[in-house]
Design a protein around this ligand. Sequence first.
Ligand SMILES: [Zn+2]
Length: 175
Amino acid sequence: MDVVSPAMRSRMMSGIRGKNTRPELIVRSVAHRLGLRFRLHREDLPGRPDVVFPKHRVALFVHGCFWHRHDCGLAAKPKTRPEFWETKFKRNVQRDAAAKRLLEEAGWRVVVVWECETRDQAVLRARLQKQFRLGTSDASPRQDGRALQFTGASCIECAIEQPSRRRPLDTLPQE
Ligand SMILES: [Zn+2]
């Protein structure tokens, strides 16, 4: 199953680094359900991390496997114009490394979640728990069993800032 919409695919292929990509929304949703509080796309930080956890001083990037050259099946090289792609990929990887170094120098811990790691939310959840040194017993089973719901480009979980204002999913307006 293709996890990205044709529109998203075409944006990916155009080389624009998207905000609020589906893998990013999944990471935010899982983090949110773990009780982690975060900020998005802090422009003032090197590399503009996708998700920032100020309390833990963690800067998290959600990297597309293709653009950021993950060593997995999703990073297959395009068959045409090899030099063009090589240059592009090299630039991305160098930019990632530079941002990581600058963030670490400023006292941030850098966490990279690869696109392919967002396919299994249970695994992703376990990884974030470990990354943030969270206990494993505090999760409510009801929340665990609840399906991720997306409305257009926004994630319901993350759109709701205050847990007290949270309503059952079926009463939320559909956009
Ligand atoms: Zn990957």
